[in-house]
Design a protein around this ligand. Structure first.
Ligand SMILES: Nc1ncnc2c1ncn2[C@@H]1O[C@H](COP(=O)(O)OP(=O)(O)OP(=O)(O)O)[C@@H](O)[C@H]1O
Length: 257
């Protein structure tokens, strides 16, 4: 097997003395879709930034394949609402040397060619996510990093976006690391799930994770997941510094909790 695109080991990070990431490990291989799930404030976006090299961890190691081309779709887009900016112009700002053909191709690939001359502020939630995806594709990435790619999109649109992400992976052979809140939809669209709550609570192939007692205890029954309701039952608690205190400890095959 070739070397991973991205690998994190024993990553630790704190903000103002509060631990946000605690000995986190994660691997993304070529052509693999890895999904980070976890409740609000679990450290998902922070971990993504550490993996991208935007934040240096306090301890641990992040290894990216040398010369790795990454297409990053951030969680938030800060665009001045009064700035006259069409989709075409917004995508041009993504980097030097982006020609008209590349721009059209990327938009066509995500099914959003029709909004090319629409002001960015006027596109729908689903169209905006597709435009952001097109922007990430412009770098011809070997790894796509998507932070909540279906936010602001209705359930049907979410399923379509996950299908599109799967198609892009198949067509381009790139790896995908994404952050999601919707367990139900993500389960069908990912190869590997990492459940984060400061530390890795459990991880593995979605099939085995969904059968894993720890997963069931973390996220409740499938119906609850379908409603994207987080019922995060732990056998441990986190103190104000983010440290883990075990309430009832058991050895588990995937992850520690
Ligand atoms: N630059 C920062 N300075 C201080 N604290 C921060 C900073 N960035 C993130 N945090 C804190 O770190 C914790 C993890 O935040 P993060 O955004 O990574 O969580 P998340 O899992 O992505 O949450 P959500 O699902 O709500 O997007 C939060 O408590 C947040 O307030």
């Amino acid at each position: 097997m070739s070397t991973p695109l991205l690998e994190a080991r024993e990553v630790v990070l704190g903000f103002a003395g509060r631990r946000v990431l605690d000995r986190v490990a994660l691997v993304v291989n070529e052509g693999e879709i890895v999904t980070l799930i976890g409740p609000n404030g679990a450290g998902k976006s922070t971990l993504v930034r550490v993996l991208l090299g935007l934040i240096t961890p306090d301890a641990g190691r992040v290894t990216r394949r040398p010369g790795l081309r990454v297409g990053y779709m951030p969680q938030r887009l800060a665009v001045d609402p009064v700035l006259p900016l069409t989709v075409r112009r917004f995508l041009r700002l993504a980097g030097r040397g982006i020609d008209a053909a590349a721009l059209t191709t990327a938009l066509r690939e995500v099914g959003a060619e029709h909004v090319i001359d629409t002001p960015l502020q006027s596109v729908s939630g689903g169209e905006l996510q597709r435009v952001m995806l097109a922007r990430a594709l412009l770098r011809k990435p070997q790894l796509l990093v998507l932070d909540e790619p279906v936010q602001g999109v209705d359930v049907t649109g979410q399923a379509e976006l996950y299908r599109l992400i799967g198609e892009l992976r198949a067509r381009r052979g790139c790896g995908v690391l994404m952050v999601s809140h919707d367990l139900h939809l993500v389960m069908a669209a990912t190869d590997h799930v990492v459940c984060l709550n400061t530390h890795v609570c459990c991880s593995g192939h979605p099939e085995s994770v969904t059968r894993h007692p720890e997963y069931l205890r973390l996220f409740g029954p499938r119906e609850a997941a379908a409603l994207a309701v987080y019922t995060h039952h732990h056998d441990h608690v986190h103190d104000v510094d983010g440290h883990v205190h075990t309430v009832a400890c058991r050895d588990r095959e995937s992850g520690h909790g």
